[in-house]
Design a protein around this ligand. Structure first.
Ligand code: RIB
Ligand code: CA
Length: 318
């Protein structure tokens, strides 16, 4: 049997975060050794409570949760996307408090300790703003040398944004952190809107999740309507974009994606372009892009294949 790939998911749950976490926990190819939490869809403390609840619902209270940054590196927190995920980050379900608690260690120190103890073994999977990852890289300069890699949901390389016409939400929530992470010298895969907005689960497919009799699917069915209504209003289509789960699908089935290798810089200015991720097309590797490492930027996806993979792991046959 293949040794499961060890991952730490850094998350701002978040409805699509919840789907990604359940998806990872239902995949024997992956060993989730911890969750770290960050602000974004909701305030950090809310995200921590949600991370603990999700692990309990999935029957994995053994997995440690380490709470991370409460605000970005260099600006105030823009505030929760409560119109997308609910003020509680879980579709305003007002869930009971979790019975478990976060560990005492903060996210950045947890990441550094676990990665340095397992050189080359751990992949970081950030699916929220990149503040904790930047902090960990700043805390331990050797971190990148000891990472198997980073596979992140964020950015928009060749198209527009979603949190603004220029920027994707995770990057806009902390552009400075993102620019530090995209400069790390380790294998980095960017699952941006280029592929996540090409991956769509229809309303009819979402309805089927409600027919599956397991605690994860039942929770997913309870939180998805709020997110589906937002997508209906925003995208004018009945269904949801698959943002965070794209990281898990890539880990499980990279063959379903096409990519290009280019360095990325992030607009950290305070103008209209703030948060835009800019790839350096080959002939323009000059200026701020010089000496920046290549990033594997996902550009195309076999959407039906990865949707079928995720729904299958959520307990839906096929
Ligand atoms: O732009 C999509 C990203 O922003 C996802 O991670 C979603 O959970 C929100 O955090
Ligand atoms: Ca997220």
């Amino acid at each position: 049997t293949v040794t499961p790939q060890q991952i730490i998911i850094d998350t701002d749950p978040g409805i699509d975060d919840a789907m990604a976490i359940f998806y990872a926990l239902a995949s024997p190819e992956l060993d989730v050794i911890g969750l770290t939490t960050v602000f974004g869809n909701a305030h950090t403390t809310t995200c921590t409570q949600n991370a603990l609840r999700l692990l309990e619902i999935a029957g994995r209270p053994d997995i440690p949760v380490a709470e991370g940054a409460h605000r970005p590196l260099a600006m105030d927190y823009r505030g929760p996307a409560d119109f997308v995920h609910g003020i509680d980050g879980q579709g305003n379900l007002d869930l009971p408090a979790p019975e478990t608690s976060a560990i005492a260690q903060d996210a950045a120190h947890f990441i550094v300790e676990r990665v340095m103890a397992a050189p080359g073994r751990i992949t970081l999977c950030p699916i929220g703003p990149l503040t904790n990852i930047a902090l960990a890289l700043l805390l331990e300069p050797r971190l990148a040398d000891n990472l198997a890699g980073i596979v992140l949901m964020g950015g928009n390389a060749f198209g527009g944004g979603n949190a603004s016409p220029a920027a994707e939400a995770n990057i806009l929530n902390d552009p400075d952190a993102a620019d530090i992470v995209f400069g790390a010298h380790c294998p980095i895969v960017m699952a941006g809107l280029d592929v996540t907005e090409a991956t769509f689960i229809t309303g009819e497919q979402l309805e089927r999740i409600g027919t599956v009799d397991n605690p994860r699917a039942r929770h997913a069915a309870a939180i998805l309507p709020f997110y589906r209504e937002f997508n209906q209003r925003e995208a004018g289509r009945d269904g949801i974009y698959v943002h965070d789960s794209t990281v898990i699908s890539y880990l499980l089935a990279p063959q379903h994606y096409r990519s290009v290798q280019m360095p990325i810089r992030v607009d950290c200015g305070h103008g209209v372009g703030r948060g835009k991720t800019w790839p350096a097309i080959d002939r323009h590797r000059r200026g701020a892009w010089e000496r920046r490492p290549d990033v594997t930027i996902l550009t195309e996806v076999d959407a039906p294949a990865v949707v079928a993979l995720e729904l299958g792991r959520l307990g839906l046959s096929r």
